[in-house]
Design a protein around this ligand. Structure first.
Ligand code: LLP
Length: 427
């Protein structure tokens, strides 16, 4: 759905605008986000799951007020995991009942704010939080809808899942040893809580559906236990996010309708076997919606050939606008986008301008051998977890997010300025 193409001079156009013009107008580095693509992906998730399920966009992947409005307009819900993400959502007019509030260490102030605002659900992450949220809700004279996040004993990796020691992590309440069942027991006893469902999130950048299958099986198993013990059939289950996108040509992502079909079938089948009413399913894709919709536009600075090794291409950003390569060994591709070139391909490493050697944006790639300072290059699929994890390392000013649509570009998150940074420095 992405509206990108090259014009006669080989200049990349996005949403009808040449990147050379974007660079002139907004500077580099910049995240360039294709609004039509974002909306189309959001819609395809919404349509795939239909009226009997809910899609919560995971705001941690990238959140701004414009994004919140697009999601609202396209009929999606929103998952937030901090008071500030919540404030962003509310300030952009997302109806509170369509917001889910996550986190393993929500502060009392954050919980109060969420309960007061009337968020649709708070996802409880620990025994202490069950009590904490109940007390706050009671003190406000409310009954807060909640889900309990459990760890089902599946750890999803990019292409496989393993069923060992994964409960050794900070999120959720383990299913093992009856802990999740005990959490349910406690939540059902508290007047401040309305337990509406069970939540499971198994990981991120996943292509293999079998991890979800095991998770769904175990979540439904818990629903059955709850029915048998308490005579209650919980109306909802949330299977989290985590669906992978294509960063390189090796990645083969599933389409939303395939995912929806697979998840719905698994849950329905498992519920039929357990003689349970099929609960309402929700999912929380972040990366799969926003990831492919943006690229980072950089200007090439120093080009340094290292005899017999490779050529280091330095750009005007780096690990401060994309930490994923340094942090996860993530793979990206890169392309020259401001002109065509007939020059032979050369092996490059695209690096940033930060003071450490791990400051790599693209580890191994090919760019034309005549690459020169001033050329523009683009790194695709940087819509998720790049701006949202950006830093001010070396006092870098975080780049803007420029949304393009129908031949027009507008800044939806502006570039940080020196004044922005210096204003924080009050010593
Ligand atoms: N729901 C929950 C409860 C989550 O913890 C997450 C992601 C999501 C949904 C959305 O997952 P997605 O569909 O975007 O994979 N910074 C890492 C990814 C961290 C994901 C954290 N949780 C990265 O850059 O790869």
């Amino acid at each position: 759905a992405q509206t990108v193409g090259r014009d006669g001079d080989g200049v990349l156009n996005v949403g009808g605008i040449p990147v050379t013009r974007l660079a002139e107008e907004f500077g580099t580095p910049a995240y360039v986000l294709d609004e039509a693509d974002f909306r189309a992906r959001a819609r395809s998730w919404r349509d795939a799951f239909g009226a009997d399920a809910d899609v919560f966009y995971a705001g941690k992947a990238f959140l701004s007020r414009a994004v919140v409005r697009w999601l609202d307009e396209e009929g999606l819900n929103l998952d937030v995991c901090s008071g500030t993400e919540l404030a962003t959502a509310l300030s952009a007019g997302m109806p509170p009942e369509r917001i889910a509030f996550h986190g393993n260490n929500k502060s009392e102030a954050e919980i109060r704010r969420a309960v007061e605002a009337g968020v649709g659900r708070i996802v409880l992450d620990s025994f202490q939080e069950i009590v904490r949220v109940a007390h706050i809700a009671e003190s406000l004279g409310k009954r807060q809808p909640v889900q309990i996040r459990i760890t089902v004993g599946v750890e999803a990796h990019t292409h496989e899942f393993i069923a060992t020691a994964h409960e050794d992590q900070k999120f959720g309440i383990p299913l093992a040893g009856g802990q999740a069942a005990e959490a349910v027991r406690r939540a059902l006893r508290l007047d401040g809580l309305e337990l509406i469902g069970i939540h499971s999130h198994i990981g991120s950048q996943i292509f293999d559906m079998s991890g979800f299958e095991v998770a769904a099986h175990r979540v439904v198993g818990l629903l059955r236990e709850i029915r048998d013990e308490h005579g209650v059939e919980l109306p909802e289950i949330d299977l989290g996010g985590g669906l992978g996108i294509a960063y390189t040509s090796d990645d083969d992502p599933r389409e939303p309708h395939e995912i929806a079909k697979a998840l719905t079938e698994i849950v329905t089948r498992e519920c039929e076997a357990a003689r349970l009413r099929t609960p309402r399913i929700s999912v929380e894709p972040g990366r799969a919606i926003v990831g492919p919709t943006a690229f980072t536009l950089y200007e090439v600075g120093t080009v340094k050939p290292l005899e017999g090794l490779r050529t280091y291409v330095s750009v005007d950003g780096g690990m401060s606008d994309n930490i994923r390569t340094a942090l996860y060994d993530a793979e990206y591709t890169v392309a020259l986008v401001s002109r065509t070139s007939d020059a032979a391909p050369m092996l490059v490493r695209v690096v940033g301008k930060h003071c450490e050697s791990g400051d790599i944006v693209v580890k191994d790639a090919f760019l034309p051998a005549d690459l020169a300072p001033g050329d523009l290059i683009a790194v695709p699929a940087t819509g998720a977890y790049c701006r949202s994890m950006a830093s001010n390392y070396n006092h870098a000013l975080r780049p803007p997010v420029v949304a393009v649509a129908d031949g027009a570009a507008r800044v939806i998150v502006r570039r940080e300025t020196e004044e922005d940074l210096l204003r924080l420095d009050v010593g």
